[in-house]
Design a protein around this ligand. Structure first.
Ligand SMILES: Cc1cc2nc3c(=O)[nH]c(=O)nc-3n(C[C@H](O)[C@H](O)[C@H](O)COP(=O)(O)O)c2cc1C
Ligand code: SF4
Length: 553
């Protein structure tokens, strides 16, 4: 059978899409589905049918459109007219959108019906030029909300698999790694390790068989970037895995996705099936010598299984606990074979970088942090949701412009970044640019992209206790500094929270934090004290207030 003709699939799909006078995009990500977006799709289909408009209107279920707080979101695009985005759509409202917006808008005499929307519809629209959208830069999320993630043709129509074709036909593995190096891409799973370096180590490891693992175990409280990427654009992640495999010399890929993400798993399964059917997976891909196959393995809900060595143990059917490194997975990974292990977002960046060149990606960002970063912006902020911003944008712009500021009318106190391994960045430091190094200097980390905005009502002692409680629950118990130190630290924090603490307890907390950081075996224990250290550094007064509280006296 001849190799698949990507250009032909692209042109056919673009033609098919252009045959519709109107396309209705409905967010079908986990967030919007939980607020009835599948029922909205049913209602739209019924309405389209009852108005006999099936040949003119296409309904496209998509991945996350970003403005999660206002879902379900529906975007109406009538050919030649301004797109309109509706928020908090329910099935009844969806029927009205078809009868009162789309039907009149399709009438030949109407130039742009969007300008004339009746008030009851207009009141539920979100202007597409608001800062929430305007300040973002979409690379990883370029297709999210714009394509049906379950259609390989839709992905190809947006230049999907073009990068794979380019590298397989025209580039050596070394040239690929060179472009990744130029791009400055660093691992998005939390550690920020340079991707070109990791791929070089994996490439240089001599072995008959090598693996690529895509880490989709995302477990930080408040984080849902990787889930959204997998749900919105699974083929982009798959294409990233294929490119990583070719660059490092791997024959097999494993998607490790947490079992609590059923929709992401389903869409990735479908993407793999479609890629196989189109001979983009399997033997002699695109008629070249390159052969590669993939499988999905499920994570069973332990946060520590996101740590690379624990993840590998879990794939091998052993208990998911970390082991000391070196050897690193790129030298000795799954089944003792060299394994290139990267995060979902890291891999989703790869096709765009190879398509457009490393310099293109490096146009955004700071000296040490290039490109864009996806964040789950949550907490006391008006526009909570999934965002992608150019590195270097200030936290203030993220919170005040994209986020729309405090949702409680109370002053923002701090922003928590990096989840249980991170810390708080106080209000006075909001002008910090989003950057690996600058966040670290401020006592936090960028982490994988959780960003929680807190106001004056949020107690920093409670925040520290919450995150520490999480890591204590999730500790695998293999090493004493984490297993025992974490519990002792949490007991001290709870004592202080209850107004029973003393100043001496603060000294003990500092000592325990230091011991855990320096002596724990893996990143979980080493970083678990971070939320405590960070809140103590910037908000020690809140700890002292609890100590000196009435309850204590
Ligand atoms: C406790 C713990 C949990 C982790 N969880 C994840 C995770 O869910 N997803 C992820 O990509 N990386 C996670 N990591 C980081 C991985 O060990 C690894 O560094 C990362 O997947 C490498 O990919 P990257 O270089 O593309 O970031 C975790 C690390 C630790 C210590
Ligand atoms: S630091 Fe904690 S999670 Fe990591 S190996 Fe030790 S006990 Fe397990």
């Amino acid at each position: 059978m001849p190799p698949v003709n990507i250009e032909k699939i692209k042109n056919d799909e673009i033609k098919r899409q252009n045959d519709f006078c109107c396309r209705i995009f409905v967010c079908a990500s986990t967030g919007c589905i939980s607020s009835q977006s599948m029922e909205v799709i049913d209602a739209l289909e019924e309405a389209v049918k009852s108005h006999d408009l099936e040949n003119e209107i296409e309904i496209v279920p998509t991945g996350c459109m970003g403005l999660c707080a206002r879902g379900p979101l529906v975007r109406v695009e009538v050919a030649g007219q301004k797109p309109v985005l509706y928020e908090t759509v329910d099935p009844m409202f969806a029927r009205l959108v078809v009868s009162e917006h789309i039907r009149p808008a399709l009438a030949k005499s109407v130039k742009d019906y969007a300008f004339k929307l009746p008030d009851f519809l207009k009141n539920r629209t979100v202007p597409l030029d608001i800062d929430f959208f305007a300040q973002q830069q979409k690379v990883v999320l370029a297709n999210a909300g714009d394509i049906d993630p379950e259609s390989i043709e839709a992905y190809i129509a947006r230049d999907g698999y073009k990068a794979l074709e380019k590298i397989l036909l025209n580039m050596s593995p070394e040239q690929i790694i060179e472009q990744i190096e130029k791009s400055g891409l660093r691992g998005r799973g939390g550690g920020g390790f340079p991707v070109a370096k990791k791929w070089t180590f994996a490439r240089q490891s001599q072995a008959e068989y090598k693996y690529v693992i895509c880490n989709g175990d995302e477990g930080d409280p408040g984080a849902y970037m990787d889930r959204s990427i997998l749900e919105a654009d699974p083929h982009a992640v798959l294409e990233g895995v294929l490119i990583a495999a070719y660059a490092t010399g791997a024959q097999e890929g494993i998607f490790y996705i947490r079992a609590e993400y059923p929709l992401a798993i389903e869409r990735m399964k479908k993407a793999i099936r479609q890629a196989k059917r189109n001979k983009l997976l399997g033997k002699n891909i695109l008629g070249t010598e390159f052969s590669f196959d993939c499988q999905i393995r499920l994570g069973a809900g332990a946060f520590v299984c996101g740590e690379e060595t624990a993840l590998i143990a879990s794939i091998e059917g052993r208990r998911g606990t970390p082991r000391p490194r070196p050897p690193y997975p790129s030298v000795k990974g799954v089944w003792d074979m060299p394994t290139c292990l990267n995060n979902v977002e890291t891999l989703a960046n790869v096709p765009s970088i190879l398509r457009n060149g490393g310099d293109w990606f490096a146009q955004w960002g700071t000296g040490s942090s290039k490109g864009t970063k996806v964040f789950a912006l949550t907490g006391k902020v008006i526009n909570s949701g999934l965002i992608e911003i150019p590195m270097g944008l200030s936290l203030r712009e993220v919170v005040e412009k994209i986020g729309g500021g405090s949702s409680t009318a109370k002053e923002i106190k701090a922003v928590q970044t990096g989840g249980p391994s991170g810390g708080v960045i106080k209000r006075e430091d909001l002008d910090l640019p989003v950057c690996y190094d600058r966040f670290q200097q401020a006592g936090s980390i960028m982490g994988s992209g959780g960003m929680i905005v807190m106001d004056q009502d949020d107690s920093m002692v409670d925040i520290a206790s919450f995150y520490l409680g999480f890591t204590v629950d999730e500790s695998c118990g293999k090493c004493a500094p984490c297993r025992i130190g974490g519990k002792q630290l949490l007991d001290l924090l709870e004592k202080i929270s209850q107004g029973k603490g003393t100043k001496k307890d603060i000294e003990s907390i500092k000592l325990l934090c230091e011991a855990m950081r320096s002596a724990s075996l893996c990143g979980l224990g080493q970083t678990a004290p971070n939320p405590v250290v960070s809140t103590l550094t910037y908000f020690e007064n809140e700890y002292l207030e609890k100590i000196n509280s009435e309850v204590c006296k």
